[in-house]
Design a protein. Structure first.
Length: 373
């Protein structure tokens, strides 16, 4: 049956998110209906708002959702009604990438996450009787209820029962991306140097993961001194303000070059500058949301002759369930204290939460949509 809900609708650049009553479609066999408890706000939500990604608006965004399963379709096996779950991106499950547990590079990622409908074109949401763009990252969780899918839901294990869902919610995207870039994509080795450009959620997650991996030194670069101070507390051994001569400082710290450079900014000149600092066999990982028209230029001889790698990274090469639960275990052990990045906001204060994120006042805003009980 259908389900009434309250959602925050994004109309586009320059417009505030507005709360409205909506209706969720009936569940398909592989879908779940989740009563939302919390949802993180991610830079990708804002990139959609600003037209940086080719996604139809108006739409219900939100893709770091956490909540309680209320109903499941006949084919769902990942969770049951009453289970606490965290949600992430969706994938098809049968393409060459999905076949090798690389769903972040799903050949059918766009129709399963970004078209505003299910992959078959049918709507998941309605407003005043008309279809409303939804199914964002297979969830659209800026709402009191969301439809999710068999492949993008992670059940919270019993040993995390004492951790609130408004703390677990951000694991589904930004944190997974930063930590996965270090631990899975670049496979950072102990004792080798890494530099991270940008200390937002993704960059901070990368710094914490680099500490887990045993990288040394771990260099954080940003223009906000308060964030650099936090980066030191979370694992950075050195911090550099981006207004300084970053290249000279890194060359002094790492005369042989960086084994790993990780950019979260998407700024061309910073990315190209980071490439010049790589050691032989060095890896440059990219996750920043650049403009779709941006291009990069690298020296071919340096790329080939040094065996260097420039690597685009989506979702930290995560297989979702396995890696999200791995991060939960690191958090439980005190090795991934990402809760220090979170600032909580009431659902109706979503625009204030976005403003706090864009001003840098809060690193990871999380909306409290409803109590768990």
């Amino acid at each position: 049956m259908t389900q009434s809900a309250r959602a925050a609708i994004c109309a586009g650049k320059g417009a505030s998110f507005t709360l409205a009553d909506i209706t969720l479609d009936e569940l398909r066999p592989d879908e779940l209906r989740v009563r939302m408890v919390a949802c993180g706000i991610c830079h990708t939500d804002l990139a959609v708002r600003d037209g940086q990604l080719p996604i139809p608006l108006p739409m219900v965004l939100g893709h770091e959702g956490a909540g309680i399963v209320e109903e499941v379709g006949a084919e769902v096996t990942v969770a049951r009604p009453g289970d606490r779950v965290v949600m992430s991106f969706n994938s098809c499950g049968h393409c060459p990438s999905c076949d090798v547990d690389a769903p972040t590079y799903c050949y059918n990622f766009f129709p399963h996450n970004w078209t505003g409908t299910r992959a078959d074109g049918s709507p998941t949401l309605f407003c005043e009787g008309e279809p409303l763009n939804g199914n964002f990252f297979g969830q659209s969780s800026f709402a009191t209820h969301a439809i999710a899918h068999e492949r993008n839901v992670v059940r919270v294990p019993e040993d995390m029962a004492n951790v609130p869902l408004d703390v677990l919610a951000p694991l589904g995207c930004g944190l997974m991306t930063g930590a996965g870039a270090v631990l899975r994509s670049m496979k950072v080795r102990a004792g080798l140097p890494i530099a991270v450009w940008g200390t937002g959620t993704v960059g901070m997650a990368a710094i914490m993961a680099a500490k887990i991996a045993g990288a040394d030194p771990i260099i954080a670069i940003d223009i906000h001194d308060e964030r650099l101070a936090m980066a030191r507390e979370l694992g950075a051994t050195h911090t550099l303000n981006g207004r300084e001569d970053v290249a000279a400082a890194i060359k002094a710290l790492c005369p042989a070059g960086l084994a790993y450079a990780f950019d979260t900014t998407g700024v061309n000149r910073l990315i190209e500058g980071a490439f010049t600092l790589l050691a032989p066999k060095g890896i440059l990982g990219l996750v920043g949301a650049s403009d779709m028209r941006d291009e990069l230029t690298f020296n071919e001889a340096a790329l080939m002759g040094g065996g260097r790698t420039v690597m685009g990274i989506l979702g930290g090469d995560s297989d979702i369930a396995g890696f999200v639960q791995e991060l939960m275990a690191y958090y439980r052990a005190g090795r991934f204290p990402y809760d220090r990045l979170i600032g909580h906001f009431a659902f109706e204060d979503i625009n204030a939460a976005i403003a706090a994120s864009e001003s840098g006042k809060v690193i990871k805003p999380v909306l409290r949509i409803a109590p768990e009980a």
